[in-house]
Design a protein around this ligand. Structure first.
Ligand code: FES
Length: 102
């Protein structure tokens, strides 16, 4: 448990998301309007990598079956079946570094 460096601010421009491996977990790190947010990267439907989907504002759409999650909260926004929300993680920035708390 702790604060782990996940990337450089300058590498993750607004509107971009990446997958990072932190503490044995795959985590989606997104820059939404200059603020950074992190959730699980693995879709709770069938396990797709959400960072390979599409980011529109704060909503990530899974590339496999189009489940939509809010990157700011991890909450499921739209899907025909009931599936779990994503776990959100706290993000901090210091100088050019982005840290995720796990
Ligand atoms: S794996 Fe993401 S919606 Fe099916």
């Amino acid at each position: 448990m702790g604060k782990i460096m996940a990337g450089k601010i300058s590498d993750i421009t607004p509107g971009k998301m990446i997958k990072v491996h932190v503490d044995g977990r795959d985590i989606l790190l997104a820059n939404i309007g200059g603020e950074f947010y992190a959730t699980d990267d693995t879709c709770t439907h069938s396990g797709a990598s959400l960072s390979e989907g599409k980011l529109d504002g704060n909503i990530v759409t899974c590339g496999w079956h189009e489940a939509k999650f809010d990157c700011k909260t991890g909450k499921l926004e739209k899907f025909p079946a009931k599936i779990r929300d994503l776990t959100p993680y706290k993000v901090n920035t210091e100088s050019d570094n982005v840290f995720i708390e796990v």
